[in-house]
Ligand binder design. Structure first.
Ligand code: RTP
Ligand code: MG
Length: 143
């Protein structure tokens, strides 16, 4: 059993749709525990830095514009295979390709405005968690 931590964002479209609780419910139902959480409104610099790996992609500028368009929730999720599990319940990037019952199939409106972000590897999870949270903001769950 591998207990992992992953980094998650509820994106501005989902916050605007008022489905934060609904998404948190899906994390909990999937056995993922929230060990850190906060709402924030990304600056241009924060969004550009977070998505730096996509800098050369045509969707980078509109992605940064979208991600700075309103408040987001950022959280650290902990659980067995949390990285893969979270991506599984999010569904494919394009909501039209996402399996029914996933966050993106059920709640997202487009390939860009797709409700949620989840780290895609152990390396990106640790980088992304550290980008938004200091160690003392993460509360290990012992029961
Ligand atoms: P994420 O990083 O947000 O968890 O999503 P992902 O791994 O499924 O997708 P990724 O390829 O990392 O892309 C990051 C985010 O950029 C937006 N995007 N737009 N062709 C497009 O218009 C396009 N492709 C990607 C999405 O918001 C995607 O989640
Ligand atoms: Mg990604």
């Amino acid at each position: 059993m591998t207990i992992e931590r992953t980094f998650s964002i509820i994106k501005p479209d989902a916050v605007a749709k008022n489905v934060i609780g609904q998404i948190y419910n899906r994390f909990e139902t999937a056995g993922l525990k929230i060990v850190a959480s906060k709402m924030l409104h990304l600056s241009q610099e924060q969004a550009e830095g977070f998505y730096a790996e996509h800098k050369e992609r045509p969707f980078y500028a509109p992605l940064v514009e979208f991600m700075t368009s309103g408040p987001i929730m950022v959280q650290v999720l902990e659980g067995e295979n949390a990285i893969a599990r979270n991506r599984e319940i999010m569904g494919a990037t394009n909501p039209e390709e996402a399996l029914a019952g996933t966050i993106r199939a059920d709640l997202a409106g487009s390939m860009r405005e797709n409700c949620a972000h989840g780290s895609d590897s152990i390396a990106s999870a640790s980088r992304e968690i550290a980008y938004f949270f200091s160690d003392d903001e993460i509360c290990p769950r012992t029961r």
